[in-house]
Each structure stands twice: as C-alpha cells, then as structure tokens.
Design a binder for this molecule. Structure first.
Ligand SMILES: Nc1nc2c(ncn2[C@@H]2O[C@H](COP(=O)(O)OP(=O)(O)OP(=O)(O)O)[C@@H](O)[C@H]2O)c(=O)[nH]1
Ligand SMILES: [Mg+2]
Length: 297
C-alpha cells in the first residue's frame, strides 16, 4: 500500500500581501477573491491540493492588521484559529513593503510553531538587490524551515515551495477526498464574486462597510441560473455610490459579476442585485455566520 500524507498549511500575513493570489495560483482557478484594496478576504477558505501522493489542505486567511471594529476582530481571530490548527504555517511577506510592524507582531505570534515557512512574495515587482536585505532580516527573526522567493502573480517559485510544504505533511490517511477541491459554500462563493467587483469598481473607502448576501438561487425553465443578491451598505450615501448615476455603477458591477459567475461555473446566469441600507449589519450576528465567521460579543 502507498503511504499517504495529509495535513494543513495556514497561509497568513498582512492584508494585501498576496495570500489569495497564491491560493488561486496553487489551485489553478479562483477560489478566493483578490483585490488591490486591503482587507479583501473575510473568512478562512480551504482548498485541497495533491502533490504526488501527499495531500495539503491550504487555508487562506484574512489579512492580519490592527483590529478596530468587530468585523476586524472576527477576521483576525479566524486567521489565528487557522494557525493553531495547522501542521505548517506559511507567512507571506510583501517584498515591496519589506519587514513591517505587522510582520514583526505576526512572527511573534507564530514564532513557536514547529513548521514555519516564509515566502517573500511579489518578487516580480522589486529589484534583486532589494530582496536580499529583506531575506536576511526575516531569516534571523524566527526558526524558519525554509525561506522562499516567489511571485504568486507570475507563478514563479510556487512548485518548489509546494514540494517543500508537502514534505513536512504528517503521515496520515487523506483527510479529504484526494481531488483538488475547496470547501467554499456555493452561496458564499457567489456573494464573494460580486463583492470582488464592488472592490474593483468603487474607489471610495466604503467597500469595507459592504456585505453581499446571496438570498436565492433558482434554475429557470430555460435552464438559466437566476441569482438574487442583496448588497448591504451602511448609509444612504453609500447606497447612492453603489448604485451610481442612473444605476450605471450597479449595472457595471452586475455585468462583471455575472460574467465571472458564468466563467467560473460554466453556466448561464441572470443576476439580480438589490442594494439595502442596514446601518448596523456589522453588529448583527447573522452577517457573520453567513460569511463563515464567529460573532463575538
Ligand atoms: N506584482 C505582484 N502583485 C501581486 C502578487 N501577488 C499578489 N499581488 C497583488 O496584490 C494585491 C493583493 O492581493 P491579494 O491576493 O488580494 O492579497 P491578500 O493577502 O489575499 O489580501 P487580504 O485578503 O486583504 O488579506 C492584488 O492587487 C494582487 O494582484 C505578485 O506576486 N506580484
Ligand atoms: Mg485575501
């Protein structure tokens, strides 16, 4: 019998470091939404990757930052849970930013984990000469198993990293089916694709105060998937921004989201978007469970 290995790798790091981009690159498709804005990922998302006979269950986590609001705290706490459950921790450092205070705090938090790895990401965007001092500095901050230089965007250095991570997975029966798969619920995934488009098109700060909920999905008699989503905002002013002049902004978001849903799932879809003002959604327990987060009093 072939000996099997299976374990968890938590992908952690500051917001915007490229954790979700890496997850998607590893899986070869969009598992986790990505944006140029901060605090994009809100909850832990898992994906199963087979590396030969070895199974790695990756957890993409929300970026770690100074939690101020209740939502922030729930996000940081999800990331911390992933670390404590992991067989290996992979810290993603944005090489264009170098070693920041967030990195220092995070290294202290993960410092005594038995399998620590660090990847300097976005190497495509910095000069070689700038990488070496960052690598040297991070090297002496913890007892790293290995330090990788990668570009999640350009798929550079990922294969080698996957093999190194696979090699520290514990001997175990497969914890999940040995196929590449994710645990993102369909309803959440649909909401996420729309949230990604809002981040893409709306330039004000308000995205962090937005929530998308998929309320209903039905197959119409003509076979088209009818998707009803509610975009929750915190004020009338925000609602105006999301809808845009004559509804133009909302229409743009809807078209882009529908195309993405069709591309990702290979279906025909009609997307119905409604914008609702719910001033206190961030204090409502249901908004958290919908997103796979724990509501903390
Ligand atoms: N140049 C370059 N950009 C990258 C790379 N990886 C990610 N990015 C960009 O960095 C931005 C943030 O990427 P995300 O993957 O959303 O970052 P994240 O760490 O998941 O962020 P949060 O979910 O907010 O914690 C996006 O604009 C990406 O396109 C890379 O290797 N090179
Ligand atoms: Mg992310």
């Amino acid at each position: 019998m072939v000996k099997t290995y299976s374990g968890f790798v938590a992908i952690v790091g500051p917001t915007n470091a490229g954790k979700s981009t890496l997850m998607n690159q590893i899986m070869g498709r969009k598992v986790s939404i990505v944006s140029h804005k901060v605090q994009t990922t809100r909850t832990n998302l898992r994906a199963v990757k087979m590396v030969g006979a070895r199974q790695i269950i990756f957890t993409d986590t929300p970026g770690v930052f100074n939690p101020r609001r209740r939502l922030d705290r729930a996000m940081v706490s999800a990331a911390m849970d992933a670390i404590s459950d992991a067989d290996a921790v992979l810290l993603i450092v944005d090489a264009t930013k170098g070693i920041t205070d967030t990195i220092r705090t995070l290294v202290q938090k993960i410092g005594d984990h038995k399998n620590l790895f660090v990847a300097l990401n976005k190497t495509d965007a910095v000069k070689k000469g700038e990488l070496l001092p960052i690598a040297a500095e991070i090297a002496q901050m913890a007892n790293w198993h290995e330090i990788f230089m990668i570009s999640a965007l350009k798929n550079d250095g990922i294969d080698e990293m996957l093999h190194a991570l696979a090699n520290v997975m514990p001997a175990s029966p497969y914890l999940f089916e040995p196929t590449d798969a994710t645990d993102v619920p369909d309803m959440l995934y649909l909401s996420e694709l729309t949230r990604e488009k809002i981040y893409q098109f709306i330039h004000q700060e308000l995205p962090y105060h937005i929530n998308v909920i998929t309320e209903r999905v039905e197959t119409a008699p003509d076979g088209v998937l009818e998707i009803y989503q509610k975009i929750v905002v915190q004020s009338d002013a925000h609602k105006k921004i999301v809808i845009g002049r004559g509804g133009a902004q909302l229409q743009k978001i809807g078209i882009a989201a529908r195309h993405d849903i069709q591309d990702q799932w290979g279906v025909n879809a009609r997307l119905h978007l409604f914008v609702r003002v719910e001033e206190n959604w961030e204090d409502d327990a249901e908004s958290y469970t919908d997103q796979g987060l724990k509501f903390k009093k």
